[in-house]
Design a protein around this ligand. Structure first.
Ligand code: DGL
Length: 274
């Protein structure tokens, strides 16, 4: 039965586990198969062509395992390759993180001054800004590339003076020392890794800035799609399968930053998708 197949989740590496975690919380009956392309990360510094090529290869690997839907947890791939993936797999629901996150930010902001933070390549794609403007015409969207946040999070540096200084470095102009009347009131986390920084961002930016996380908004979009297509799992024991294209030991270790359960390297299958 199609509805008993797992949902495929794809990311450039380990950060997409934030989306896997959100899916697990929102859809506890669903089995999930996660693929992290750890051999080729980061995607966030790569060209649109390279990211699309990698995303299609990864999606083929997941489809070959038998999935009923594909969640593109990687923001950079969602920004560049979503239409390519939908064209490559007609009939398969393909859900990216950009549209749900952008729509949620458009609704959450009171003033319409929305700041999107993401990788360099995601910012260049412009899809988050377009998505926000679709849901909220006239919004004032500023996109800021925050590449250091990715390595900071992978180092477990999610609080403390160095992390604070880097947050100030990127976000002072929009939130901490803005032009009069131009302070953002909504921060959209447009990268898999950034939910790990949400507590620090809340603390530094203050309670009047709403933080929108693409991971949780995507999980509810996936629920809607499965319900609409009558693909939601009805019974069975949900399982999670992990696959990576390199360094399974690092994958298992860094996973602890993103999910509250532990993984051993033996639980992560090494796969070749190139
Ligand atoms: N997963 C990427 C994203 O969400 C961040 C890490 C990378 O650059 O590969 O854009």
């Amino acid at each position: 039965m199609t509805r008993d197949l797992p949902i495929g989740v794809f990311d450039s590496g380990v950060g997409g586990l934030t989306v896997l975690k959100a899916l697990r919380e929102r859809l506890p009956n669903e089995s999930l198969v996660y693929l992290g392309d750890t051999a080729r990360l980061p995607y966030g510094t790569k060209s649109a062509a390279a990211v699309s090529h990698y995303a299609v290869q990864a999606a083929h690997a997941l489809v070959a395992t038998g999935i009923k839907a594909l969640v593109v947890a990687d923001n950079t791939s969602s920004a560049h390759a979503l239409e390519t993936l939908r064209a490559e797999f007609p009939g398969l629901p393909v859900i990216g993180v950009v549209e749900p996150g952008a729509a949620a930010a458009g609704h959450a902001s009171a003033t319409g001054r929305i700041v999107v933070i993401a990788t360099e390549s995601t910012v260049q794609a412009g899809s988050y800004a377009r998505g926000v403007l679709n849901s909220r015409p006239g919004a004032q969207v500023t996109s800021v590339a925050c590449p250091l946040f990715v390595s900071m999070v992978e180092e477990g540096m999610v609080d403390g003076p160095i992390a604070e200084q880097i947050v100030r470095h990127y976000l002072a102009p929009q939130f901490l020392e803005p032009e009069p009347g131009l302070r953002g009131d909504c921060l959209l986390l447009g990268c898999t890794h950034f939910p790990a920084l949400a507590p620090l961002l809340h603390q530094l930016l203050g309670p009047d800035v709403t933080i929108v996380d693409s991971a949780t908004t995507t999980a509810s979009a996936v629920e809607d799609v499965l319900t609409h297509r009558r693909l939601a799992a009805t019974h069975g024991t949900p399982k999670i399968r992990y696959m990576a294209t390199d360094a399974t030991d690092r994958f298992a270790r860094v996973a602890a930053i993103f999910v509250p359960w532990s993984l051993t390297p033996e639980q992560v299958e090494l796969v070749d998708i190139g």
